[in-house]
Design a protein around this ligand. Structure first.
Ligand SMILES: [Zn+2]
Length: 134
């Protein structure tokens, strides 16, 4: 367990990472990330693991149980592709952040644990959607 992903501490750091990824351009790519708009289910078989790099994680291992509170300043549903991203709130506070090495699409993923199932959910991220800290 000594290769823990880097903890992204605040929204500035996150948007910086995403901006850098977006700025590095893209080459045509058909990865499944292009389909996950707003917290779509992404099973391991759909997840393009081989061409992703992990940028970091928003899941602070010092926090036992991150809040389930959601934050949406607008009337959009949390799973709307245009929903804003507040990293202190659910589900962003338990996400890992990845980027495709081809199209440079950034994506967040977390795992929902039900009684009898686990469900990987992913959504694409753009820097402009991230709510900057107060
Ligand atoms: Zn891609």
């Amino acid at each position: 367990m000594n290769s823990d992903p880097k903890l992204i501490k605040d929204s500035q750091e996150l948007s910086h990472l995403i901006c850098k990824t977006e700025d590095s351009g893209s080459i045509p790519c058909t990865c499944s990330l292009l389909r996950c708009e707003g917290w779509d289910t992404m099973s391991d078989s759909m997840w393009p693991q081989d061409q992703l790099i992990q940028l970091g994680t928003l899941r602070d291992s010092c926090v036992d149980e991150p809040t389930f509170e959601e934050f949406q300043p607008t009337s959009l549903r949390a799973d709307d592709p245009k929903a804003l991203i507040s990293i202190e709130h659910f589900p962003y506070n338990r996400c890992d952040v990845f980027a495709c090495t081809k199209c440079n699409q950034a994506v967040m993923r977390y795992t929902e644990y039900g009684g009898y199932y686990i469900d990987h959910r992913a959504r694409r991220v753009r820097a402009e959607q991230i709510i900057k800290g107060e």
